[in-house]
Design a protein around this ligand. Structure first.
Ligand code: B12
Length: 233
């Protein structure tokens, strides 16, 4: 196809459309991403598959080239904006599953960190699975988490960090919970690209979750265990 020839997204077969959407995400083309999402929905694709195969996969490529110095912050911001355009369309579809109420989660990105795409995705998937989610947004100091736990009384506290410099802040929050004798009142789940299971254990979280789907499964398992303990006790 000639360089200047316009690509008609709706004419592409599914596999080519998905690859084109990954390219468009890379190039920060929000409108094209929205159009692609709508086309795949019309073709009967599941919202979760669109999210993972087109959007998250596209963002992974962006991540690699950002790491390798091929892309810079302005371009990554555009890609993030395009991703959010797609997520905005998918959000109500992921949430309206009619799942029974599972529990409540307070979630936020830690102090010094403004990455929120992964956190938003976790929040969306948790809502879709029937959890009530209170989203504290980005750059949360320990006081903000403590105040929300006090007022919302959730079952789960979720913390997100995408930087090696901000992930230790999760321990500040957990240590504060311990110092105030509240650690056992909450299931603490942590996540973000630089974390791993070992880190989660080291800071005293209940679990590290590598992605939104694992978060939902882990949260359900912990809630079930909590209910069993309550009925046994
Ligand atoms: C998009 C992006 C940005 C955007 C953020 C836009 C936004 N609104 O979020 C912008 C351009 C603003 C940005 C800025 C910066 N970024 Co940045 N960014 C990224 C990038 C490319 C993608 C992150 C992303 O959205 N991924 C997609 C989502 C879906 O994945 P995820 O976040 O990992 O989330 C999943 C899981 O981790 C998990 N999860 C996430 N949160 C939670 C929470 C809970 C409770 C649970 C259970 C699970 C969970 O589930 C999610 C869904 O499946 C990453 C690359 C990467 N490999 O991660 C770099 C990256 C994180 N950024 C990096 C850097 C260095 C920066 C800057 C310092 C750059 C600079 N020089 O200014 C600034 C820091 C700003 C700040 N103070 O926070 C580095 C971090 C390196 C390090 N080791 O610390 C990375 C790894 C890129 C790199 N390799 O160099 N960035």
């Amino acid at each position: 196809m000639a360089e200047d020839e316009e690509i008609i997204l709706a004419d592409l077969p599914d596999d080519e459309l998905v690859l084109q959407m990954q390219d468009d995400l890379y190039d920060g083309m929000k409108e094209e991403i929205e159009e692609g999402v709508n086309i795949l929905l019309e073709r009967g694709w599941q919202p979760y598959d669109i999210l993972t195969k087109a959007l998250v996969a596209g963002m992974t490529v962006v991540g690699h080239d950002f790491r390798d110095g091929i892309l810079f912050v302005p371009e990554v911001l555009l890609a993030a904006n395009a991703m959010k355009g797609g997520m905005f369309i998918l959000k109500p579809l992921l949430i309206e599953t009619g799942a029974p109420r599972m529990g409540k989660m307070v979630i936020g990105t830690v102090k010094g960190d403004i990455h929120d795409i992964g956190k938003n995705l976790v929040a969306m998937m948790m809502e879709g699975a029937g959890f009530e989610v209170i989203d504290l947004g980005i750059n949360n100091a320990v006081e903000k988490y403590m105040a929300a736990l006090e007022s919302e009384k959730p079952d789960i506290l979720g913390m997100s960090a995408l930087l090696t410099t901000t992930m230790p802040y999760m321990k500040v929050v957990i240590d504060t919970l311990v110092a105030e004798g509240k650690r056992d009142d909450y299931i603490v789940l942590v996540g973000g690209a630089p974390l791993n299971e070992e880190f989660g254990k080291a800071i005293g979280a209940d679990a590290y979750c590598r992605d939104a789907a694992v978060t939902v499964e882990t949260a359900k398992a912990f809630i079930a265990r909590k209910h069993n303990q309550m009925t046994a006790g």
